[in-house]
Design a protein. Sequence first.
Length: 133
Amino acid sequence: MTLVDTNILIDILSNDRIWRRWSVDMMERRSGLGALIITDVVYAELSPGFDTDNDLDAALAELGVVLQRIPAQALFLAGQVFARYRRGGGKASTVLADFFIGAHAQVGRLTLLTRDARRYRVYFPAVNLITSE
């Protein structure tokens, strides 16, 4: 299974002229290896681009992407990683979306498809990343 980050789906749904082709190609490759999933946070991050949840659900279905809820173990890990981030001087006052996504990938032993690997590499080095870098 592959966990798909928000930026990949935005590339496709917004028809991004620079990144759409790469993101589509990666999604097609990964779909041949197993399910493409998103987590609750990715769903929430995508929602401003749609009028209704049914519209978002239809777009995800068309892309062959399935919502998988964040397991409790991953939620706990996200909080622990956020505490480490704060101790290291991080300025955000709430748990960052990347921490939920990275924790879900780590706990589920999922490959993560993303174009923004910076935080994942620092806080979730065990997660297998597929990135444009």
